[in-house]
Design a protein around this ligand. Structure first.
Ligand code: CA
Length: 303
């Protein structure tokens, strides 16, 4: 039986080396996303095509919008920091891995209590060198898991009882019991192990029916996966190979926004897939939910 599918279309043209971390701001109807390698956080207005870029000054792996607006918490090469949207300035918070200069932060997301979770990876692809961290509303950082090679997409189920985490290089989607009150994870198991040659699960989101939407890097697609069976239920085809992440947005959270990359592609490959690095979108017959925002209040020396 063929899998139901749809085609993604161009939302915003870009030549991002590694577009990632799409976040829809439902308060203003804008899509935030980042280019990890160039260290830019961008805010795009899909209706006008306007794209405002904030230069971070170093690679930035992920971010979450802060409660109350005015900025984001970002996970960079040098640890966690705040970014002010008015000033464009970054304020360093803390680096849990000062002893690992070859690591950088990668994907991250806020849990429903407003804690920001982000994982690290070795820039030299060293196996098991990454860890998963959580920074809470009082800006305390806890290491939650380790032995990750390429910490990537995350999602919490709508009951807040399950946490999903992708390790891309191992092609694995992990699942944990989740304690919303404490932020504790336990009882790790594997939801799915993809075995497509050279295709890596990357970023991830979840819909209101608790199905996972997984970006396939080198796979030109997003798949909708049933975490209880591992079955692929729906597919969004994307006209470029390096599909990195996705999130629901638009007025009713039925538009799937998709980031892509062009890292390591030859001139010939880019000539064939010239939209690589752009942001795409697809209308899908499913719904997402607003992204959780970071609850930490400290800013520029005061709470
Ligand atoms: Ca990623």
């Amino acid at each position: 039986m063929s899998i139901p599918s749809t085609e993604a279309t161009l939302a915003f043209k870009s030549e991002a080396t590694l577009g990632e971390c799409p976040v829809w701001d439902e308060q203003v109807g804008r899509l935030y996303w980042i280019d990890i390698i160039s260290g830019k956080l961008c805010r795009c207005d899909p209706s006008s095509g306007e794209n405002v870029a904030f230069a971070i000054g170093s690679p930035v792996g992920s971010f979450a919008l802060r409660q109350g607006g005015q900025g984001a918490i970002i996970a960079t090469e040098g640890g966690f920091a705040f970014l002010g949207f008015d000033s464009g300035e970054t304020t360093p918070l803390s680096d849990p891995e000062p002893h690992l200069p070859g690591n950088r932060f990668n994907d991250g997301k806020c849990d429903p209590k407003g804690r920001f979770w982000a994982g690290t990876l070795s820039c030299d692809n060293e196996k098991d060198a990454g860890s998963l961290y959580c920074i809470n509303s009082t800006l305390n950082i806890t290491k939650k898991w380790d032995h990750l090679t390429c910490s990537n997409g995350m999602a919490w189920d709508t009951d807040d009882h399950i946490f999903y985490l992708i390790d891309s290089v191992n092609q694995t989607i992990h699942c944990f019991d989740y304690d919303l009150e404490t932020g504790g994870i336990s009882n790790q198991s594997v939801v799915a192990q993809l075995d497509y040659n050279n295709v890596l699960p990357d970023g991830m989101t979840i819909d209101t029916e608790n199905k996972l939407w997984v970006a396939l890097y080198n796979g030109s697609a997003i798949i909708r996966l049933d975490p209880s069976s591992g079955d692929i239920l729906y597919k969004v085809n994307v006209p470029v190979p390096q599909v990195t992440s996705c999130t629901f947005g638009g007025p009713d959270f039925r538009e799937l926004y998709i980031t892509t990359a062009r890292e390591g592609m030859s001139q010939e490959e880019i000539r064939r897939k010239p939209l690589s690095g752009s942001v795409f979108k697809a209308e899908v017959p499913f719904y997402g939910s607003p992204a959780s925002r970071f609850a930490g209040k400290k800013s520029f020396g005061s709470y």
